[in-house]
Design a protein around this ligand. Structure first.
Ligand code: ATP
Ligand code: MG
Length: 543
């Protein structure tokens, strides 16, 4: 749990102190029309962390008032993602469960002369709303009688009108400087099938009407939402007041979180999925929580990142380096360190006996004995990283293997490269080397200093692995159309070798591949087929 202060907590603490509230209740209200992304994580963390430390609770409420775009797949994925982040909603509710009450409250508004059925077209309504410079014009249906409105609204519910033929509007103020108060639409007609209520309803409440009622019905004390709803607050308060809800929630806005070169619009993410640009909502390049999970991000890292960005009244944009630093910090503590060769080059130890193997017992983490240890094999046939070898050492700063020089293999021996084999194109395909028995790791040998230390995988025991690398999914700048900014080269697949201990790696186990980066075992890993995703390289690539 997080205990730093922020402006929302200050309000909450004051409300508890003055006795305005005895219990704090918040909600996270996603629209089930897509998977959650890292921006939603800010909202989730803010909602839960504003209630839990005070002994209060948070509801998950699906804001399912828009039947055209919603689906049960999203309903399930959303709850799974919230739980993965480490939070358990007290209740799981659906806005659609309140349709009857919302309808009744709308009838009350009509009876109070505060709502009317408008037969204007959508274009007429938009035009008559005016703009910031000019007041709106009242609709010619604005002065319909209460009785007529009651009858027409019921007819709307009974399906007697076509989609778009009429709407129910609040009667507030067509001259208000706040455009949201110029007789906003409360209900529209849609014959789309609803994921929860089926075809029971053909009128659906608009967000600005539904949301305050949902909050009030659930007894939400503090309704936390992102900044774009600030101008909607007067309408929020109007709806709660005029529908005479007994419990009065308070809306408080906070800044949205954006990450550089990361697009979080659900519409865009859905388009990527539907057009097959990515492998799904959980594609490791996606900024969705399911994508980040598959990539290997941990919930702890995401929470730490979101909390480190601070909560304020203004929208903020942070660099991807902050997100990467958070996951590196977390994995540096918890990921076992192992050896993997990503671009393999064969090395044969010519003075080591064919068929012989020996094993070095190596802890997974130098400072964390609780992570255990494993046996690392060594033998005549090895792989090293192709770019850890060069025939002729360019200068003394070069701390890897070259002809005539000696390097240490992590946890094993010093080896010296003596000869190379090349293919017909002159590419190096094998290095012939010798080892020195005396230099065995742990023997205390210090007579010579090796020219660096490199990693390796013993070839007969190591396992072949598919290793995925990811670049930014979005490139270019804001002036370009989003789809054209999709980086077609953002997924690179390499085939390497990992040490024997990783043969049974379970989905989502995370490792540091020494000298390279942090990697997640992809859930597609099965039996002999190992797949790893690079989460982040060891060092930041941002300069
Ligand atoms: P998108 O713009 O990606 O489609 P949305 O806001 O329409 O997202 P909702 O399902 O309505 O998606 O979001 C649920 C809650 O999450 C809302 O209260 C919204 O304010 C909040 N939220 C969404 N994105 C962010 C963000 N980047 N930063 C903070 N809060 C966010
Ligand atoms: Mg929304």
């Amino acid at each position: 749990m997080e205990n730093t202060s922020n402006f929302i907590k200050t309000i909450i603490e004051e409300d508890l102190k003055t006795g305005k509230h005895k219990e704090i209740v918040t909600r996270f209200p996603p629209e089930p029309n897509g998977f959650l992304h890292i921006g939603h994580a800010r909202a989730i963390i803010t909602d839960f962390e504003s209630a839990l430390p005070y002994g209060g609770y948070t509801n998950l409420r699906y804001d399912d008032t828009n039947p055209e775009k919603e689906d049960d797949i999203y309903v399930k994925a959303i709850l799974a993602d919230i739980r993965w982040l480490g939070y358990e909603p007290k209740n799981v509710f659906y806005a659609s469960n309140y349709f009857e009450e919302m309808y009744e409250r709308a009838v009350l508004l009509i009876k109070k002369g505060l709502a009317y059925v408008d037969h204007s077209t959508a274009e007429e309504i938009a035009k008559d709303r005016g703009n910031l410079q000019n007041p709106g014009k009242p609709s010619k249906y604005r002065d319909r009688s209460v009785d007529e409105n009651l009858r027409l609204f019921e007819d709307m519910r009974l399906g007697k009108f076509k989609e778009g033929e009429c709407v129910l509007r609040a009667k507030i103020d067509m001259t208000s400087p706040n455009m949201n108060m110029r007789d906003p639409v409360l209900y529209r007609i849609s014959f789309a099938e609803h994921h929860n209520t089926g075809t029971k309803w053909c009128i659906y409440p608009m967000y600005d009407y539904a949301h305050p009622l949902e909050d009030a019905i659930e007894g939400i004390t503090h309704s936390l939402c992102s900044l774009e709803f600030e101008d909607h607050r007067p309408l929020y308060d109007w709806v709660v007041r005029e529908t005479e809800m007994p419990k009065i929630p308070r809306q408080i806005e906070f800044g949205r979180l954006s990450i550089e070169n990361t697009v979080m619009s659900k519409r865009f993410l859905r388009a990527l999925v539907e057009e097959g640009k990515v492998t799904g909502w959980d594609d490791p390049r996606m900024p969705t929580l399911s994508g980040m999970r598959r990539r290997g991000y941990t919930p702890e890292a995401i929470r730490k990142f979101v909390l480190s960005t601070g909560l304020s009244k203004v929208n903020s944009t942070v660099g991807t380096d902050m997100l990467e630093a958070a996951v590196r910090d977390d994995l540096q503590e918890h990921a076992g360190r192992v050896m993997a060769v990503i671009r393999p080059l064969k090395v044969t130890i010519t003075n080591y006996k064919e068929g012989k193997l020996e094993y070095f017992e190596v802890p997974y983490h130098p400072e964390k004995p609780e992570l255990g240890s494993r046996k690392v094999p060594f033998g005549r046939h090895l792989y090293i990283e192709a770019d850890d070898f060069i025939e002729v050492k360019p200068n003394n700063k070069y701390k890897r293997l070259s002809l005539g020089d000696e390097v240490r293999l992590f946890h094993a021996y010093f080896i010296k490269a003596n000869e190379v084999k090349k293919d017909e194109n002159g590419n190096i395909i094998e290095v012939l080397a010798t080892y020195d028995l005396e230099t065995r790791s742990g023997s205390g040998f210090d007579a010579r200093k090796p020219n660096g230390t490199i990693h390796y995988v013993e070839a007969t025991q190591g396992a072949k692995a598919t290793i995925n690398f990811f670049g930014p999914m979005i490139i270019g700048d804001d002036s370009m159309d989003l789809m054209s900014r999709f980086n077609e080269n953002s997924w690179t697949v390499l085939y390497g070798y990992v040490e024997a201990a990783l043969k049974d790696a379970k989905a989502h186990s995370k490792f540091q591949f020494m000298r390279q980066g942090y990697f997640n075992t992809d859930p597609s890993t099965k039996d002999a087929h190992l797949v790893f995703n690079e989460i982040v390289p060891l060092k930041s690539s941002y300069k």
